[in-house]
Write a protein that binds this ligand. Structure first.
Ligand SMILES: [Zn+2]
Length: 277
């Protein structure tokens, strides 16, 4: 009896964060390998690990505003997480764009803002030039080696030092996104390119932002995520990038058709911004 009570107390006690993380990771691994076994097939292939499956794992938020405003790249959707290596749909899209549409070469200098782990692992493999990973909260990205703290609205880099900037799903978190866009442009070399994915909607009239919305609950209700400060209307997002001085190439859905077999989000366009020569 004493033993049972002791065991109960032990299980109820709060575990040290590292132990809890390891347990959570083990649970995710078991779930993923079960999913992998139940979804054998060759409909989708992962660009990172080359494994094929009939489906990839679903992921995403399911708040009502995401459905009501048809926010692309935020909602609960199928075929997001590779059950073998854990790559996300946005990381697969980013790699395809970098390799096939943006022309990244090993000697290029690359700034990766808010780095996605699998994509950054790949950049470490291929980039022999300067590669910098940064985030406003680097402690939140323990899987990314040598990550440094940077505020995207005032970067500590000189002018025209990077050939490419990768900054996916970051701008929707920043109240002064105009400053962030002009900083990205400043650090790019003339002709340099940035991949700048954001969640967006084509079902709203204009970008929705209201800086009096400050609580997590309000932001979830208005924007679909507790740390987002707006929902971009697609054309307005392009206009904002153009106002910052970029030439913007929007890869529309039909242009991305050939990449669907890599389990990219079938509703998501790609936004490639180029600093003029
Ligand atoms: Zn994979």
């Amino acid at each position: 009896m004493i033993l049972v009570q002791g065991l109960k107390a032990f299980l109820a006690a709060e575990l040290p964060p590292r132990v809890q993380d390891a347990i959570d990771q083990r649970r995710r691994d078991i779930k993923a390998s079960r999913f992998s076994a139940q979804n054998q097939g060759d409909t989708y292939v992962c660009v990172y690990c080359d494994h094929s499956h009939a489906r990839f794992m679903p992921s995403g938020m399911s708040y009502p505003v995401i459905r009501e405003k048809q926010i692309v790249a935020g909602g609960l959707r199928d075929n997001v997480v590779c059950p073998v290596c854990g790559s996300m749909d946005r990381e697969r899209l980013a790699r395809l764009m970098l390799d096939e549409r943006m022309g990244v070469l090993p000697q290029h200098h690359v700034l990766h803002v808010g780095p996605e782990p699998k994509l950054h692992e790949y950049l470490i493999e291929i980039i022999t030039g300067r590669l910098v990973a940064c985030d406003l909260f680097p402690e939140d990205r323990p899987g990314v080696p040598n990550i440094i703290k940077q505020d995207l609205t005032k970067l500590d880099f000189g002018d025209e030092v990077f050939d490419f900037v990768i900054c996916n799903h970051v701008l929707e978190h920043i109240p002064t996104d105009d400053l962030a866009m002009s900083e990205i442009k400043r650090v790019l070399k003339p002709g340099g390119k940035a991949l700048l994915q954001v969640p967006y909607s084509e079902a709203i009239e204009t970008t929705e932002e209201d800086f009096s919305v400050i609580t997590n609950a309000e932001r979830i209700a208005r924007y679909g995520q507790s740390d987002h400060v707006r929902i971009y209307e697609k054309q307005d997002y392009v206009r904002r990038l153009e106002s910052a001085g970029f030439q913007v190439d929007v890869m529309e859905l039909d242009a991305l058709e050939d990449y669907r077999r890599f389990a990219i989000n079938p509703e998501e366009c790609a936004f490639i911004a180029q600093k003029p020569q």
